[in-house]
Design a protein around this ligand. Structure first.
Ligand code: BGC
Length: 845
């Protein structure tokens, strides 16, 4: 094994590469597949020879994804105007839109200047939260598109796009202009409704908003959740509007009628003024599990989405094959005009016993290929005992209880019909577990009413009368597949040789470089080898031990890098521009004109946000997208992608929901596994599933304790991570900022060692989220004790703490070496080494 010598990332000119063109096409496909058609009175698809009138804030500035680390700095974004024009539409109010866009760009420049000015005055003593500083300064309101009634009347259709932005460090608000439409939006839509009944509304948000005002407008002919689809969003929207792509996306989270319908919504984050503790009183009743079991009507159910064509499901079969259960369904395109794809979702209803549970939960799903009118495809959807199991807090383990399980198939959680019954004759413990995260506070979980479930259960039992139950004997839950053992020895031998100083350096991100502008504890450390990367591992072991230093970059909507950087021609040194240059497209960067320097440019592709990707329900597509990202990681020299984000959509106001997939852990886990398998099919690169775990709130994200029962933790919040580990063995896991039951996740042995490694068989490394070891945060040496191998980005006080703890024995050297060995073994499989095999191959996924 030989260490690879790094080269500069990027290209020396701004020309468009073949890779960019190819990858943008895939990003566009993914974005169009993630669009969910919510309503259509027949106006769609619409012919591109039509004339359009565009309005709404999204028609001036669409949101491709949110702010913060989840943003991607791109060459350009295809907005709505460009998208529809590319498709051939004429836009009646184009001049006015362009005027508004120009004004927006000016406002943005002014905002950038104001933030830069503010940042230059920041001091670590009184303002350590960079994101807060950015949020406190507001960009001036955008100039809105004039609702010219004459033009709107003349147009063949009006497209009204509503956009919202959110991002890390702060939660959304149940306010006008965020969760609700604002006055302008309501009045503009009302004026437009005086002109035409051909209004198409596009929702360009990271998550749910209140739809009552929009749906209450009878002139709204179609409603689409276009989501936040990355830099090709405008083209993707046009593809769906014109019918080039038949919509096939499905909601990955429930859209409630009222915000207050979400359980615990009054207490979520800032809503109750308590940012220290979040009590998960909803327990396992998250998303559709709640709405269905409590009999609450919703606006749009989980898994819902219309098409331009229609489908029938037939010949459903349920088969038991050893420990596997397979549902077979034939899907037919019953329409006569459009080809399309349908998602079949399988749910199971477990017997209701003394362990009360949700009515049903998702156990599998699959999407058809593109079916022509009249064409059929038979799908096989397989699941296992764990998918129908329940966590039994009493005995500490997952059990499959005896009784009858109703198995449903359909195309949304609300439209799923009984297709078979499983009969389990004896309760089986399929997995013993140790208790983790004992509650420190009382959490009074809501109790579901029995009557709703009794009624639903009676209904399916009645419908299943003539079905012969298939006897199922639950099988023991397996751990993740084991990987290479051949590197263990070499990794351990190196780890054993390390001096305390070397060991310490390895256990944290690089702190000897990239310090420019860094204030201790403040999040401005950034990659220096690959500018804009979020961090690097140490390079001090390179010469002596051949352990490479590698780069890590965000995630999840592509790779977040600086758009350009300068290299001094004489020394070959890269000029650091600091953290600010790596966000918001470089808006806050202070560009310095260096003499005698080469400029390198980097143009990674921005892909749809996690939620939009999940709405595709297409694991094959996610694997393709992952492979594409993996290719770009290889090109830019990024070994670890700080993605995918996979926290659960517990409440729509969580500021980072757009980065995450779904309210459902199975969909979440499958999506994360698919994208990981794609990334890790490329040599030397891997994913970092994050934020482990219960990072469901952004306000006070570093201080809030998520207080919840072990059952909710295991069934809802850990389950997605478990699936991702078992189905894809990501190279890395990132622990979260929040605490769980008052324990910092990076300091939790229960989480890092017991759950991830011992129970699931995770083989990679675990790192902290950025600067979690700051004051009041996790203890650096306890990270290592917990099994959180790497502290990112690493700072002087972390070094001091680890060195001292090694010396006084509070961090046993053997424990630290174990973290080191895991790191070395994983680093040996990255881009830091010459010619490594793809990480995925060792596991046979
Ligand atoms: C975010 C992480 C991200 C990291 C590095 C943190 O603020 O929470 O998701 O990966 O920064 O940019």
């Amino acid at each position: 094994m030989k260490r690879k010598i790094r080269t500069y990332s990027g290209q020396k000119d701004t020309s468009v590469s073949e890779r960019e063109t190819k990858n943008r096409a895939l990003s566009r496909r993914a974005a169009s597949e993630g669009i969910v058609l919510l309503e259509n009175n027949g106006i769609l698809p619409i012919d591109p020879s039509c004339s359009l009138f565009l309005a709404g804030n999204g028609a001036v500035h669409p949101i491709k994804g949110g702010t913060g680390s989840g943003d991607v700095n791109v060459r350009d974004i295809v907005d709505l105007l460009s998208g529809v024009k590319n498709a051939g539409f004429s836009v009646i109010n184009e001049a006015d839109i362009n005027d508004c866009i120009n004004d927006y760009n000016e406002a943005r420049e002014e905002y950038g200047k104001a933030v830069k000015d503010r940042l230059s005055k920041l001091s670590s003593d009184n303002d350590s939260d960079f994101f807060k500083a950015v949020f406190e300064i507001k960009q001036r309101p955008m100039k809105r598109i004039t609702i010219d009634k004459e033009q709107a009347e003349k147009a063949d259709a009006v497209i009204y796009m509503i956009s919202r932005i959110a991002g890390e460090g702060s939660d959304r608000n149940e306010e006008k202009g965020d969760y609700y439409p604002d006055e302008d939006e309501i009045s503009e839509l009302s004026t437009l409704s005086e002109c035409t009944d051909k209004i198409i509304v596009l929702i360009n948000t990271g998550g749910q908003i209140d739809l009552k005002d929009i749906k209450g407008n009878s002139k709204v002919a179609a409603l689409l959740n276009v989501s936040q689809g990355g830099q090709e969003l405008g083209n993707a929207i046009a593809d769906v509007l014109t019918g080039k792509v038949t919509p096939g996306g499905k909601l990955s989270s429930t859209w409630a009628v009222n915000y207050k319908d979400f359980p615990g919504s009054e207490n979520f984050s800032h809503n109750n003024g308590d940012l220290e503790n979040e009590f998960y009183t909803d327990g396992i009743y998250v998303g559709y599990r709640y709405f269905e079991s409590f009999g609450i009507n919703v606006e749009y159910p989980f898994g819902y989405g219309l098409s331009y064509t229609s489908f029938s499901l037939s010949d459903q079969k349920l088969e038991v094959n050893g420990g596997n259960i397979t549902v077979e369904v034939t899907v037919k395109n019953t329409g006569d005009r459009f080809s399309g794809r349908e998602v079949v979702q399988v749910y199971s209803a477990a017997p209701q016993t003394s362990i009360k549970k949700e009515f049903k939960k998702l156990t599998g799903f699959k999407k058809t290929g593109l079916l022509k009118p009249g064409e059929s495809e038979t799908l096989k959807i397989t699941f296992t005992s764990k998918d129908i199991a329940v966590f039994d807090e009493e005995s500490g383990g997952f059990i499959v209880e005896k009784g009858q399980y109703g198995i449903f198939a359909g195309n949304s959680s609300a439209d799923a019909h009984i297709i078979g019954v499983l009969q389990v004759n004896d309760t089986a413990v399929i997995e013993h577990t140790d208790h983790i995260f004992p509650l420190q506070d009382q959490v009074d979980e809501i109790e579901r009413p029995d009557a709703v479930i009794e009624k639903l259960t009676q209904k399916w039992k009645e419908e299943a009368k003539n079905l012969t139950p298939a006897v199922f004997v639950p099988a023991k839950e397996e751990k993740a597949k084991e990987g290479r053992r051949d590197l263990d020895d070499a990794a351990w031998k190196t780890a054993e040789k390390l001096t305390d100083e070397e060991l310490t350096a390895l256990l944290m991100g690089e702190i000897t470089k990239g310090q420019e502008g860094m204030r201790d504890g403040v999040l401005i450390e950034t990659g220096i080898y690959v500018p804009g990367a979020a961090g690097e591992t140490t390079n001090i072991l390179e010469e002596k031990y051949d352990v490479p230093s590698i780069s890590l970059a965000d995630g999840p909507a592509g790779i977040r890098l600086q758009k350009f950087y300068d290299v001094d021609k004489a020394s070959g040194n890269i000029y650091s521009q600091g953290f600010f240059a790596s966000i918001e497209g470089g808006l806050f960067a202070n560009r310095i004109e260096y003499e005698n320097a080469d400029t390198y440019y980097m143009f990674p592709t921005s892909i749809p946000t996690g939620t939009c990707l999940a709405q595709t329900f297409d694991t094959g597509l996610l694997a393709e997208v992952g492979k594409m990202v993996g290719g770009e990681m290889e090109e830019f020299g990024i070994s670890w992608w700080l993605a995918p984000g996979m926290n659960i959509h517990r409440n729509p106001l969580c500021g980072r929901n757009f980065e995450y997939y779904s309210e459902d852990p199975l969909l979440t886990g499958r999506m994360a596994a698919a994208i990981t398998n794609g990334v890790q099919s490329v040599k030397g690169v891997g994913t970092t599933i994050k934020h482990f775990a219960c990072n469901n709130q952004e306000d006070n994200r570093m201080g809030v304790s998520s207080n919840l029962s072990e059952r909710a933790l295991r069934e809802i919040y850990l389950r997605g991570f478990e699936i991702a580990v078992k189905e894809s063995q990501p190279m890395c896991i990132m622990t979260s900022y929040n605490l769980i039951n008052h324990i910092h996740t990076a300091n939790s042995y229960d989480l890092c060692t017991v759950a991830a490694r011992q129970e699931w068989g995770f083989e990679g490394i675990i790192m902290t989220d950025w600067t979690t070891t700051s004051a009041g945060g996790s203890s650096p040496h306890v990270c290592a004790i917990a099994g959180n191998d790497l502290i990112m980005p690493g700072k002087k006080s972390d070094v001091e703490d680890i060195l001292k703890s090694l010396k006084d024995g509070s961090l046993p050297r053997y424990t630290a070496r174990k973290c080191a060995a895991r790191l070395i073994k994983t680093l040996f499989q990255t881009l830091g080494m010459e010619d490594v095999p793809a990480y995925k191959d060792q596991f046979g996924f």
